[in-house]
Design a protein. Structure first.
Ligand code: HEM
Length: 968
């Protein structure tokens, strides 16, 4: 690589650079730095690294960027890399990928520093600091909420935008059924019954912004609105970036699917596009690239989660109008050329496929306004609505509106419970199926009755049944407690009568049902945060970071870092500069953890006083500022950004064939291979019932998920039957649809998305090859072939250095990044700017250790996953017995009614509680007890030996040597 783009890479590496931000930040950072360094370096350590640590301590940290084009990019100065990871980290700096992944201790045992030195601590704490920098910058530069953006930019009544906490746009409109109840035309403030529990549509989570996060709100964006919808050509930078090379169907989505995403098969005749040999034959074979340390339960868990968080479809339907999905053209010598019949046959795509268009909320041109001499659009060119509530409220189980709630069946014998019906394999009961008179899309017939039934799979069936049982387990435990101590205070309170004690005997079935919903939602959030994510991102920094999100670093294994953060909290907590307090709140929250922030209020201080032991809690249910006071929206109402949906397009996680095993009849033996396509929708329910929950848990628990890489789309999803479409083929290629939907919704292409997220840009397809791999290495050959295919599909063009393509970043010399990306004017350059976001992140060859996803996806999660905790009062200031009951709060915090339980030993060097999902499974499917005994994380393949310190090897744990999946 040559020219300015190369120097652009170096810019952020060589010291502070940008002008210093406020004094507080400059004071704060060295405190953290010293903690991260440890004190001094021992004599045996690498001399250069040790000397660089001293230099780094003297120089202090780089300040947090105050302008978008001065961001950190995940790349550190030479001395920082040397101090935290020695030679390995120095070599890594040459790649576009984030530096922390090469620090000491951030990989497996081979990454560890010398014993008896502070190297591991420097590396791991350094990684945590890099991640925190990213979060602070993402909060500062990546919040774009359509309805309130103008306020965010201009501020209101003397307050800067990021400090605004209440927005008129988040009021309930006059036609809303609860309009009068929240205050109508006057001040809107939720109270009484509306704040007792999670409402069905999610209104009144925030007492003063009743509509925030509720069903039907607009998706936000994580990039400036100008960077969205690049193919419309409305924005000058986008025109310069892409010319006329991109459109809804250009480059062709089905061609991309077939050439870049298809799973190659050794025995296509045994796979038959995912159908296998029929009869669930064990002789069927569909190859897939396997994730190293994530199982199929992990794949379906995230489908289960996304159905809680977002959907663009209404009752499983898109807009009425249909659109082509490609298989029409390909790129030949830079020119889009129609596909001939021979080429169509060779590719195996289908020109007759059509699909219903995405539903849009607004598509009229957005208003523009001037601010600071700049003209800005007030929203994206088109917007879409989230058709479920954005809160982590288990709405996939309990409902997001009146219609979906009608599908939720309660037990007539005790309306606090969910209805379960016994079956031959599951006498403990499973969910009943939808009745003909239930409101539903006809495609859902035969499925379990549950609030969100779309794209039903065996994994969804499993998790819905497990959590229905868990709901009832909580209700039963509450009832047992009530039988033992009917007069005792159960902790619950009615905000309409806050002074009245509610005894166990008093709790009504409705009150208990809603308390159980809160408990289940929080348990799910906990599982996702500290169990699923730590397995998806299987290394020490992410283990600590995710646990910090949930329960904080202060009580954890990094006391110095926690202490430093605590001191900063105290400093900034008393700051009168609200903006500063907001921006740094994120850092401070790493100390105590997000969950429970503001759930205690002390007489003389703010939420930060949680750090001072011995203060008297004066939290008061009658005080809206206490009920709501622990949340922080960072100046932008909480919603999911459209790009969040994109990074959850994780279809390659799903295998084509499920390896079915029987619990109690030799768990090592695969007895059937069940095509996933044969378990789609109602057939999932039939299979779940005939196999039983325990055997399906074993099967999905032992099988590896697919790896999130190119060339790994399930074959069946490229050929998915969808009769509801009534098209020539009645089929759809979901890989092509993933690309098409992102284009319909204006997600920026990969390279600009990286720049906007504060990551380093790529300058050619060769950047998808890890430069540290030696020539001729097999892995390098694979990456080079991928780069060649990307070039074939997306093409090249002659570049024009006069065209500025972005405002997100600049070259080192301050010049603008242009169409040539550092290559000579007029040269033939790769169309790396055109690569679709999904394709780009699947192609990333360098990932932090144990990462099933890419660093680009992580960047979106860092911001959004934290925000959905920060913004939700039920995870912060209302995380209290008044809402959850005393039993419920303990259930969430301790993993159940019987207190904390520890795993034997110290997995990965930590004393560890039995994981929250393992506790749930032991309660709800107790037949699994023996199989689960050696399992530390339910999403790690159950027969895998976790080995020492974040090992990724595929080898059996003691006792599972006979498992077929370990055969060569
Ligand atoms: C049996 C397995 C699965 C099937 C049959 C399936 C099918 C589909 C289909 C047909 C769509 C397109 C909807 C549309 O835009 O018209 C879709 C969207 C999507 N799928 Fe899957 N899927 C499966 C598993 C998964 C898994 C494991 C994930 C992991 C997170 C996932 C994530 C998504 C996401 C994020 C979308 C976009 C949703 C939206 O636009 O709101 N799917 N899926």
């Amino acid at each position: 690589m040559r020219g300015p783009a190369r120097t652009a890479r170096r810019r952020s590496l060589t010291g502070p650079g940008p002008p210093p931000p406020d004094r507080g930040l400059r004071l704060a950072v060295p405190i953290v730095l010293l903690a991260a360094l440890g004190v001094g370096c021992s004599a045996g350590e690498d001399a250069r690294s040790a000397a660089d640590c001293v230099r780094l301590a003297r120089a202090g940290f780089r300040p947090v960027a105050t302008a978008r084009d001065e961001r950190f990019l995940g790349k550190v100065a030479e001395i920082t890399a040397s101090c935290r990871g020695g030679e390995r980290a120095l070599r890594h700096r040459e790649t576009p990928w984030v530096d922390w992944s090469s620090y000491w201790g951030t990989g497996d045992v081979r990454s560890r520093g010398r014993a008896g030195t502070t190297q591991d601590r420097r590396g791991i704490d350094g990684a945590l600091l890099d991640l925190e920098y990213q979060r602070v910058e993402l909060i500062a530069f990546n919040l774009f909420d359509s309805p309130t953006y103008e306020t965010y930019v201009r501020g209101r009544e003397g307050l800067p935008g990021p400090s605004v906490r209440v927005w008129p746009e988040m009021r309930l409109p006059p036609n809303h059924p609860l309009y009068a109840e929240v205050g109508g035309r006057g001040e809107q403030l939720c109270r009484g019954a509306l704040i007792r529990h999670r409402t069905i549509t999610g209104v009144c989570n925030d007492l003063r912004n009743p509509a925030m996060g509720a069903t039907g709100q607009l998706f936000g964006r994580i990039v400036p609105f100008e960077a969205t919808f690049p193919s419309l050509g409305e924005d000058e930078r986008a025109r310069s970036r892409h010319g006329s090379r991109i459109g809804l169907l250009v480059p062709d989505p089905q061609v991309i699917s077939r050439k870049l995403l298809t799973r190659q098969q050794t025995h296509p005749e045994k796979c038959r596009s995912g159908l296998g040999l029929g009869g669930d034959s064990v002789e069927s074979e569909c190859d897939y690239q396997k994730a190293s340390s994530l199982n199929v339960l992990g794949a379906f868990w995230i489908q289960f989660m996304t159905h809680d968080w977002f959907s663009h479809l209404e009752e499983g339907k898109n807009a009425a109008r249909m659109t082509d999905t490609g298989c029409l053209s390909h790129r030949v010598d830079g020119v889009e050329t129609p596909l001939g019949p021979g080429e169509v046959a060779e590719l195996g795509c289908r020109p007759g496929d059509r699909v219903d268009r995405a539903i849009l909320a607004q598509d009229a041109p957005p208003a523009t306004s001037e601010h600071d001499g700049q003209s800005r659009v007030a929203r994206a060119h088109k917007t879409t609505r989230n058709t479920v509530s954005a809160w982590w409220d288990a709405s996939q189980i309990y409902g997001h509106d009146e219609t979906s709630r009608l599908r939720v069946k309660r037990d007539p014998a005790d309306r606090a419970r969910l209805l379960l019906v016994p079956t031959a394999r599951d006498p403990r009961g499973v969910l009943p199926v939808l009745e003909p008179d239930d409101p539903m899309n006809p495609a859902w017939a035969g499925q379990e009755a549950t609030a969100f039934p779309d794209n039903w799979s065996i994994g969804l069936s499993f998790f819905h049944n497990v959590f229905a049982r868990e709901h009832n387990a909580f209700v039963d435990a509450f009832r047992e407690q009530a039988a033992r101590t009917p007069e005792a205070d159960c902790g619950l309170r009615d905000p309409a009568r806050p002074g009245r004690v509610i005894r166990y005997a008093d709790a009504t079935p409705d009150e208990l049902f809603e308390a159980a919903r809160l408990v289940i939602a929080a348990e799910i959030a906990k599982i996702h945060t500290i169990e699923w994510t730590t397995q998806l991102l299987y290394d020490e920094p992410l283990h600590l970071a995710m646990n910090a999100n949930w329960r904080g670093l202060l009580g954890g294994s990094h006391p110095e870092l926690g202490e430093a953060l605590g001191r900063i909290v105290t400093t900034f907590g008393s700051s009168s500069d609200v903006k500063k307090a907001h921006r740094w709140y994120s850092v401070f929250a790493s100390g105590p953890g997000i969950v429970g922030l503001g759930s205690y209020v002390y007489e003389d201080d703010s939420v930060f006083a949680a750090f001072t032991p011995g203060k008297r809690d004066v939290w008061d249910l009658a005080n809206p500022d206490h009920v709501n006071g622990g949340t922080n929206h960072f100046g932008s109402p909480f919603s999911f950004p459209e790009e969040f949906v994109t990074v959850y397009r994780l279809h390659p996680l799903v295998p084509d064939l499920l390896e079915y095993r029987e619990l109690g009849q030799g768990p090592d033996v695969v007895r059937k291979k069940v095509p996933v396509v044969e378990t789609f929708r109602g057939r999932a329910t039939a299979h779940a019932r005939s196999g039983g929950l325990a055997s399906w848990a074993l099967s999905l628990g032992r099988q590896r998920a697919g790896a999130l890489v190119l060339g790994n789309e399930p074959r069946f999803l490229q050929d998915l039957p969808l009769p509801r479409l009534r098209t020539e083929t009645n089929r759809i290629d979901v890989a092509a649809l993933d690309i098409l939907r992102d284009r319909e919704r204006g997600v920026p292409r990969y390279n600009e998305l990286r720049r906007q997220l504060g990551l380093r840009q790529l300058t050619s397809f060769d950047d998808f090859v890890d430069p540290r791999l030696p020539p001729g290495a097999p892995e390098r050959a694979v990456q080079e072939e991928r780069a060649r295919r990307l070039r074939e599909v997306y093409g090249r063009h002659r570049c024009d250095a006069s065209l500025v393509i972005t405002d997100a970043q600049r070259n080192e010399d301050g010049s603008a990044i242009d169409d040539c990306l550092g290559h000579p004017h007029g040269s033939l350059v790769d169309n790396v700017e055109d690569v679709d976001a999904v394709v780009g992140w699947l192609a990333e060859p360098v990932r932090p250790h144990g990462f099933a996803i890419s660093e680009t996806q992580l960047q979106v999660f860092i911001l959004t996953a934290s925000r959905r905790l920060f913004s939700d009062r039920f995870f912060t200031s209302s995380f209290r017995p008044e809402f959850y009951t005393t039993l419920g709060l303990r259930w969430v915090e301790e993993g159940g009614p019987d207190g904390k339980v520890m795993e034997p030993g110290t997995p990965n060097g930590h004393p560890q509680e039995v994981s929250p999902l393992k506790r749930v499974l032991l309660r709800t499917v107790p037949e699994l007890a023996a199989e689960l005994r050696p399992v530390v994380n339910v999403f790690d393949p159950w027969a895998r030996d976790r080995g020492e310190y974040y090992a990724l090897d595929w080898k059996p744990r003691p006792g599972a040597e006979g498992d077929e999946s370990f055969r060569p």
